[in-house]
Ligand binder design. Sequence first.
Ligand code: SDX
Length: 372
Amino acid sequence: KAGTDAIYKGLAGVVVDTTAISKVVPETNTLTYRGYPVPELAEKCSMEQVAYLLWHGELPNDLQLEQFSQRERAARRLDRSAQSVLARTPETCHPMDVVRTMISYLGTEDPDEDLSTTELLLAKSQRMFAVLPTIVAADLRRRRGLEPIAPHHGLGYAENFLYMCFGEVPDEVIVRAFAKSMVLYAEHSFNASTFAARVVTSTGSDIYSAVTAAIGALKGPLHGGANEAVMHDMIEIDRPERARGWLEEKLTAKEKVMGFGHRVYKRGDSRVPTMYQALREVSEHLGETKWLKIYAELEDEMASRTGIRPNLDFPTGPAYYLMGFDIPMFTPLFVMSRVTGWTAHIIEQTESNALIRPLSAYSGPQQRSVPA
Ligand code: SDX
């Protein structure tokens, strides 16, 4: 039983529960979802298959995938009242505030707070997974002064999202790179946003509240917000020959370099090689290799100066930029994928719940009387 004398700031190194959803092994640089290596899943599986795997524990057979996809396609539409809520959020706010507000709003439209069956939680999870791309695409378009595009029932998850954003399905290289990023972002054990979702779930609260909390946690630049920060930095650097000097200035000023480092991985993030390859393919396909060169300069200089390696947000930043997304939309893309991992954890927490309530060591004034 834990004592009160040791303090584990940031819960670093603390194991708080078991999970059967994913396994991170920093020593061997491996990550598995339900036992399957994630690079293999990214190469061979669609996001629909991976969502099914995370929720059900097994990859779907053909019939299961067909039924699952039908349900996903049928749940993509945003109803009129939700559309009007989205339209009323200010365009000046960050798009993460929009997705956070919209998930919270979907909760108000769903009067059923019953957490008693896994089936009910799965149905709500699938609804959020299906409708989030419609929300993100509509927000992207209205910020560009464009009308939303309704979901296309004939297209799969990745193709449909890109179509709703850009009005056409881009080349296969772009679709594949985007789909891979979704698979890579889907799940990562007890990261800050997933833990936030589990904390909310542990009180017996509803699934929309838990996902809303998770979105709030993901927004921060030390977590999901880093993919946006990476691209802002690369644009500031602008030319590959300026990258090393820029990095030196950052490190001398003791500033954190976005897209580098990880609480768990100390020898590199297991997802980076797959996403780097996808970034390379997109760059070469579009004939725009500047960001790839800045990437290489920063990675090399950071490794030789600090030994700190890139995390997944480092390649996704420039990859999403090249795909045509506006920078503030990058973290909402992360939400679209991670909602699968969050909800798998919400279900797991519900099935074997214990209220999450740690202790603190008091460091304030001694007990005293209120002045008369
Ligand atoms: C994600 O946990 C997950 O699974 C998260 C995630 C997921 O899939 O859910 O993988 C997604 O959040 C990726 C991380 C994205 N964030 C960033 O890229 C922001 C930049 N990175 C850092 O701020 C940092 O590396 C963290 C936040 C990711 C991890 O921080 P820790 O574990 O609290 O480590 P730390 O900040 O205490 O750093 C330890 C040392 C320090 O040096 P010393 O004070 O000991 O000399 O390493 C240095 C740090 O200064 N360091 C960095 C650095 N990261 C660590 N120095 C410069 N730049 C960095 N990026």
